[in-house]
Ligand binder design. Structure first.
Ligand code: FNR
Length: 360
């Protein structure tokens, strides 16, 4: 039997992923002043130990006010860079996974509470900005509509964060353009009511996100991959949809993006999302077919068999697993077992994997 696609390597520029399993970015709300703590070292280390091809570090603010919460990671000063450097070094020590980081600005969804505190606007938050001055929902403060100077500062934040990521030893950047955060707020007609060159037509709504892509591509070395995460639909009347997402994907492909992770939703609180097994796969399939981009599928892909079927069906080239990895940090082992693949095991854990003992 030929090797399952899930365990075949894949190259992105100068980076070769040992397999197609990725840990999806997942906020831990456990940073202090943007700095990674011991929690991050042990959490990401445990996930890396079972050998996924890539671990993506959670949404990381490129400026302090762009963090989703006061407990989110940042990469905007010397202290946060030093903490990130320590985290990345620990991951490289544990395993062979490529380490990506999701660079983000939360826009009007910044200054929130931790999810386990309720996730709404934090009582001790800070002023936010967005494409337009429309609040996320009832009880949320209205953001400021970004000026040209604000946009320059955000773009410069992405560039400097990329430079810090490079010094920290990160292998790939994943730009957060999904889930109703700042770039998505520019893309969607529901949140972008601007009348300047950043609002109105699709070309105008894509302008700021594509400016960030171009700036990052220039700041990030040519031999290192730059990925992006998008929401392919708002699941809301009058919102951003898959037809616009395809055009956006063609544009960022031409601007040098190497892979796209296809998610959905997050823009408005009252979206009607038909959640179910593999519910975002059709969006990945269409983006992949119409752009030729290396495409990652995500969202309720439960098992290694489901992941392999997603790849066999031509819906995607890579798979990201979120909650499955929180539930079982050895998700990659389980997938390998189900697909009859023998994975290298850290020697410290080989007693748990007698099948993989040398000579067994
Ligand atoms: C997430 N998700 C998420 N997405 C993202 O782009 N950046 C992030 O930082 C986070 N943070 C986050 C935290 C937690 C605790 C969860 C559960 C999820 C979404 C995540 O990456 C993924 O897309 C979804 O969880 C769907 O995949 P699963 O969990 O069904 O495999």
């Amino acid at each position: 039997m030929s090797q399952p696609i899930l365990f075949q390597p894949l190259s992105l520029r100068g980076l070769t992923l040992s397999n197609r399993v990725g840990v999806a970015p997942m906020c831990q709300y456990s940073a202090r002043d943007g700095q990674a703590q011991d929690w991050h070292v042990q959490h990401y280390g445990a996930l890396a130990a079972s050998g996924p091809g890539m671990v993506t570090i959670e949404a990381t603010g490129v400026v302090p006010e762009g963090r989703i919460s006061a407990y989110c990671l940042g990469l905007y000063d010397e202290a946060s860079e030093a903490a990130m450097t320590r985290l990345v070094a620990s991951l490289k020590h544990v395993g062979t996974s490529a380490v990506a980081i999701q660079l983000a600005h939360a826009g009007r969804k910044a200054a929130a509470m931790r999810s386990w505190d309720g996730g709404g606007p934090a009582p001790d938050g800070w002023p936010t900005l967005s494409a337009s001055d429309l609040a996320f929902g009832p009880g949320w403060p209205a953001p400021k509509a970004a000026t040209a100077d604000d946009l320059d500062r955000v773009t410069e934040g992405f560039v400097q964060a990329a430079q810090r990521a490079l010094r920290a030893g990160i292998d790939a950047i994943e730009l957060h353009s999904a889930h109703g955060y700042l770039l998505h707020q520019f893309l969607s007609p529901l949140t972008n009511r601007r009348t300047d060159r950043y609002g109105g037509s699709l070309d105008n709504r894509m302008r700021f996100p594509l400016e960030v892509v171009a700036a990052l591509r220039q700041a990030w070395p040519a031999d290192k991959p730059l990925g992006i995460r998008i929401s392919a639909t708002d699941w809301a009347e009058g919102g951003w949809d898959i037809d616009e997402a395809v055009i956006y994907a063609q544009a960022f492909r031409d601007a040098g993006i190497d892979y796209v992770c296809v998610s959905t939703g997050g823009l408005v609180p009252d979206a009607k999302v038909p959640v179910g097994p593999g519910y975002q796969r059709p969006f990945a399939r269409r983006i992949r077919a119409e752009t030729g981009l290396v495409t990652r599928a995500v969202g309720l892909i439960a098992s290694g068999l489901d992941a392999e079927a997603t790849l066999q069906d031509g819906d995607a080239d890579l798979i990201a697993i979120g909650r499955g990895f929180l539930d079982d940090p050895r998700w990659t082992w389980r997938a390998a077992e189900a697909l009859g693949v023998e994975l290298a095991t850290p020697p410290q854990y080989i007693a748990a994997r007698p099948r993989f003992w040398p000579g067994a």
